[in-house]
Ligand binder design. Structure first.
Ligand code: XMP
Length: 491
């Protein structure tokens, strides 16, 4: 298909229409007129139906995103995509942990029986660090509630729960909203309310503590739980047990992201359709790198209610060797512009994620200027406290391991992600493993990236990520790129 010139043409903006494949280092954003105050600039964004206060995603890599990172980044308003270099069981376990991390509804409720001794309850309170339990009978029906306040000072610890518990406590139905829960807790001046089904069987618990908004910008689903993404193969597992586990993981994860180096392959595209029909989740498809690939995906007939985004970039990642190993690639800036044009032509509702190749916060602004809605990075986050792995020391500096998912080291874990590259090609590594500096907690790293984005938008004269596509871009010479770096200092 020939390249069209549209008024919004992002390909034109990065000279892709003239055959150029430009990278972040080749371009610069030009200053624009700013007629608003800094606090009016907002970096919130959307990915399909999901809202994010921060447009930043941590990559589905085994040295970047497991439970701890996914929780930390979602609390700060972004999204973590759990990696797939592990069993389906492990993926399910990770998703469950993230979904439990910040929920105003506790589903895994610790309980006690009426005939337990007070001594046993006190021990359980200490062990679990919990100050109260719903009391349930053998059918798991709520018969009371016991908190530390019910335990007498001169406790006859041999007495039973039954003697001191509050009988017939106020309960709420499982589908209670956050507001209803808060109002009821205030009305009855209690710390906890059990949630029950129509038969009075315990199905959850809400507590005053969990309803408090400790992370006001967190990315949440409609039940108040953190949003989480899950990296996946486009191919369904053949083993029925694995399939069952994957179905459960998909139903809990908010967004599944196909995690392959290049999705523009007939086999991947066909398989992904089958997968989307079977799994109950929203989907981001990728990675791709050209207008033609996006056009093929956008017109393929993927279920409209599930297909929410496309992820782009090939070979630009800091640990990638795909392009040098195979000669093929689509640098992230170029890929973003190409695919954004196709999205505008075929379905502007589809969101666009630029993945990999970012070295500086300013590169993120360049990606938004060519149409990205969100960005994904591994490089920025592999050195954080919350990434998997230990802190090591190299030449006196604290470091953590960061490795490509196609590196020999990542592949040595098992064949979980063999289809991330070309299926059945087992010998060719398409990534490397190395160290990155240890950076401390994620929050500090995110703050810097977000400040870079915000200030970039302000200098560019726009108030939001959506408006960032209005920022002008120009090519820069190599001497200009040198001048943009610190220079002429003595050390
Ligand atoms: P950064 O630049 O953040 O890029 O390090 C992260 C992205 O790189 C992709 N990725 C790979 N690409 N070989 C590749 O060619 C690999 O081994 C590899 N591992 C990850 C992936 O898209 C990630 O988000």
């Amino acid at each position: 298909m020939g390249i069209q010139q549209k008024s919004y043409s992002f390909r034109q903006k990065v000279a892709a229409d003239q055959g150029w494949v430009l990278t972040f280092d080749d371009v610069i954003c030009l200053p624009g007129y700013t007629d608003f105050l800094p606090h009016e600039c907002n970096i919130a964004t959307n990915l399909g139906p999901f809202h994010f206060e921060s447009p930043i995603i941590s990559a589905a890599m085994d040295t970047v995103t497991e439970t701890q990172m996914a929780i930390a980044i979602a609390r700060e308003g972004g999204l973590g995509v759990l990696h797939r270099n592990c069993s389906y069981e492990r993926q399910l376990e990770m998703v469950k942990k993230v979904k439990r991390a910040r929920s105003f509804i506790i589903e895994d409720v610790a309980t006690v029986r009426p005939d337990m001794t007070i001594r046993e309850v006190v021990k359980k309170m200490k062990e679990k660090g919990i100050s109260g339990f719903p009391v349930v009978d053998y059918q798991n029906k709520v018969v009371g509630i016991i908190t530390s306040r019910d335990i007498p000072f001169d406790s006859n610890e041999n007495g039973t729960v039954d003697e001191v518990m509050t009988r017939n406590p106020v309960c709420l139905p499982a589908n209670v909203s956050r507001e209803e829960g808060l109002n009821k807790l205030y009305e009855i001046r209690k710390e906890k309310i059990p949630l029950v089904d129509a038969d009075g069987v315990l199905v959850g618990l809400i507590t005053k503590k969990d309803l408090k908004p400790t992370y006001p910008y967190s990315s949440k689903d409609d039940k108040g739980r953190l949003l989480v993404g899950l990296g996946c193969s486009p191919f369904l597992p053949k083993d029925p047990h694995d399939l069952e586990i994957l179905k459960q993981a998909a139903a809990k994860a908010d967004i599944m992201m196909t995690d392959v180096a290049e999705f523009y392959k007939k086999a991947d595209m066909v398989a992904a359709k089958e997968m989307m029909e079977i799994l109950d989740s929203k989907f981001v498809l990728g990675n791709i790198g050209t207008y033609e690939a996006a056009e093929a995906i956008l017109t393929y007939g993927y279920p409209e209610d599930k297909f929410i985004g496309i992820k782009v970039g090939m070979g630009s990642g800091s640990i990638c060797t795909t392009t040098i190993q195979t000669g093929v690639g689509a640098p992230t800036l170029f890929a973003t512009a190409e695919v954004k044009d196709a999205i505008m032509d075929y379905n502007p509702k589809i969101s666009l994620i630029s993945d990999g190749g970012f070295k500086y916060p300013g590169d993120l602004v360049k990606a938004f200027a060519v149409g990205a809605d969100m960005i994904m990075s591994g490089h920025f986050f592999a050195g954080c406290t919350e990434s998997p792995g230990y802190i090591d020391t190299v030449k006196g500096r604290k470091v953590k391991v960061y490795r490509g998912m196609g590196s020999a080291e990542a592949r040595a874990v098992g064949s979980y992600a063999d289809d991330r590259y070309v299926k059945d090609s087992k010998k060719l590594a398409e990534g490397v493993s190395g160290f990155v500096s240890f950076l401390g907690p994620l929050k500090g790293v995110l703050d810097q990236l977000e400040d870079g984005i915000r200030n970039g938008l302000i200098y560019g004269g726009v108030k939001s990520i959506k408006e960032a596509s209005k920022i002008r871009i120009a090519r820069i010479t190599s001497s200009g790129a040198t001048e943009a770096q610190p220079h002429d200092l003595i050390n």
